[in-house]
Design a protein around this ligand. Structure first.
Ligand SMILES: [Zn+2]
Length: 226
């Protein structure tokens, strides 16, 4: 058997291996909003989202706007013995760096500023690329790295931390919650909605292959079989 006989794409786009138990099965045609479950482990295999690309694009654009606002307006204001001070998210991270809390400062900057920016930016590029008739290959590359940016994006963790700190320092100082604090809470939910509406399978189905000849072969085979 030469190497050509295996490592061949299967000429059936509806075949899928369950992510949880590896059972290979055929996906049925689904109505928007409907989902398919694995008959062996009963986990959801795929849910078809209604109007996925347009909704994801709208939510991503909303997230861009909220992100810009959240990082330009003050997050917290403090009044201690008559002295006022206010800071933005980035300002807070820099403050930590200056006060011998370098590691915490870097972590805040990375998980609350850089990773969310990557999460939103990559999603915008993926959706815009996927809207083309044949999404170029870089869409697939970004699609593979996008989950990593989501893992490191931890605005909600920072928000809980800020709330704990607010309660603790309320005895010593007057704390004025800034606009960014409210905008960030909205952003947390918009980001969740953005991920929930995105359907990666729909994009993978149309993306340009690394080996386009193989794709054409597989599609020709599928046509002959049907
Ligand atoms: Zn399964």
């Amino acid at each position: 058997m030469d190497s050509q006989s295996y490592n061949q794409p299967v000429a059936d786009g509806s075949l899928i291996a369950c992510l949880h138990c590896d059972l290979v099965q055929r996906l049925p045609e689904l109505e928007p909003g409907a989902s398919a479950r694995c008959p062996r482990c009963n986990k959801e295999l795929w849910r078809r989202r209604a109007d996925s690309l347009n909704r994801t694009l709208a939510l991503t654009l909303g997230a861009v706007l909220l992100y810009i606002i959240a990082n330009t307006v003050p997050m917290l204001g403090l009044t201690i013995v008559g002295r006022d001070a206010s800071t933005t998210v980035i300002g807070g991270a820099m403050h930590l760096w200056d006060n011998e809390q370098k590691l915490v400062g870097v972590l805040v900057l990375f998980t609350a500023v850089i990773a969310p920016a990557l999460e939103i930016g990559l999603m915008l590029l993926i959706v815009l690329g996927a809207m083309r008739a044949r999404p170029p290959r870089w869409v697939g590359t970004l699609l593979r790295y996008h989950p990593t940016t989501r893992i490191w994006s931890m605005i909600e963790v920072m928000m809980v931390g800020v709330l704990v700190a607010l309660v603790k320092i309320a005895d010593y100082a007057t704390v004025i919650p800034g606009m960014a604090l409210f905008v960030l809470w909205v952003l947390v939910f918009v980001l969740a909605a953005m991920s929930a509406n995105f359907d990666s399978r729909q994009v993978w189905d149309r993306v340009r292959w690394a080996d386009e000849a193989r794709r054409d072969e597989a599609y020709k085979l599928a046509e002959e079989m049907s």
